[in-house]
Design a protein around this ligand. Structure first.
Ligand code: SF4
Length: 246
C-alpha cells in the first residue's frame, strides 16, 4: 500500500538524534490557528503526493549510511504522523525490522489501542501539549484536549523515551495559568518525560498565501529568550527536565 506525503526531508538535525530524514505525512485531525504546515492539514491536496510504501522505504534506505555514521535515523512528522495509521504502521514495521532508529512527532490526537504497537517501536516520541485548558484548546485547535492528555499519560507509560512539547505562543499559552497548569499536569501524573518549548515562528506564512488561506492572527506573538528562560526555570521548579532539540 502507500499514502499521502508532503515531503521527505533529508539531513535534518532538529528532530531527534544525529542526521535524520523527516517523513512529513499528510493529513491532520487538528486545525491549529497558528499552524506552520497548513498544506499538511488535508491528506490529498496540490501540495501533497501519493507514494507507495516501497518507494518511501527505498528513499530512506539510500540515506542509511548517514544515519549509521551520525547515530541518526528516521522521524515521522506531519501534518500529523498518525493520521494515516496503516501507512505509518507499514513503514515503521519494515524500518524497525531493518534496524533503523525511529522517532515520531505527534499532536497526540490518535486511537491509542491502534497506535500502541507502532509507538512501542520508536526510540523517541515527541508529543505536543498545546493548551491545558480544554475549552481554550478547542478554540485554538478545533478539538478539546481530553484524548491528547489521556494519550500523553498512556504513551509515557510505554517506557519509550518521550518529550512533551509545548508550542510557546504569546496570546495563546504564554501565561501563568496555561504554563503552570501544563507543568502541574506532568508533575502530578508522575510522568517520566522531558519537556521542550517550541517558540512560535511565522515561517509558514508564505504557504498560507499560496493556499489562499487567511494568515494566522497578528495577536500571536513570539516569546522572548527571557520569557523562555523564565518558563524553563518555573518548569524546573516543578521537578521537570527541560531539553532542546533545536
Ligand atoms: S497539529 Fe500540527 S499540522 Fe496539525 S493543525 Fe496543528 S500545527 Fe498544523
Amino acid at each position: 500500500m502507500g499514502g499521502y506525503i508532503m515531503q521527505l526531508q533529508n539531513f535534518s538535525v532538529n528532530d531527534g538524534e544525529g542526521i535524520r530524514t523527516i517523513v512529513f505525512m499528510a493529513g491532520c485531525p487538528l486545525r491549529c490557528a497558528w499552524c506552520a504546515n497548513p498544506e499538511g492539514q488535508s491528506a490529498c491536496n496540490p501540495m501533497t503526493h501519493w507514494m507507495e510504501t516501497e518507494e518511501v522505504l527505498k528513499e530512506l534506505r539510500r540515506q542509511a549510511i548517514f544515519y549509521r555514521w551520525s547515530g541518526g535515523g528516521v522521524t515521522f512528522s506531519g501534518g500529523e504522523a498518525t493520521a494515516q495509521p496503516a501507512f505509518l504502521k507499514e513503514l515503521v514495521d519494515a524500518l524497525y525490522d531493518e534496524g533503523f532508529s525511529l522517532a515520531i512527532e505527534t499532536c497526540g490526537q490518535f486511537d491509542f489501542q491502534e497506535l500502541e504497537p507502532t509507538l512501542r517501536k520508536m526510540d523517541l516520541i515527541f508529543m505536543d501539549l498545546k493548551h491545558i485548558d480544554p475549552e481554550k484548546h478547542r478554540a485554538f485547535t478545533g478539538v478539546d484536549n481530553r484524548l491528547i492528555l489521556e494519550n500523553i499519560i498512556k504513551t509515557a507509560g510505554l517506557g519509550v523515551p518521550m518529550v512533551v512539547r509545548i508550542p510557546a505562543i504569546v496570546g495563546v499559552n504564554c501565561d501563568a495559568a496555561a504554563m503552570e497548569g501544563a507543568f502541574a499536569f506532568l508533575r502530578d501524573n508522575h510522568l517520566d518525560v522531558d519537556l521542550e518549548f517550541l517558540p512560535y515562528h511565522r515561517y509558514g506564512e508564505a504557504k498560507y498565501k499560496e493556499l489562499g488561506m487567511d494568515l494566522p492572527s497578528e495577536d500571536f506573538g513570539i516569546p522572548t529568550a527571557e520569557q523562555l528562560d523564565a518558563w524553563t526555570k518555573k518548569a524546573e521548579s516543578y521537578g521537570l527536565r527541560v531539553v532542546s532539540y533545536r
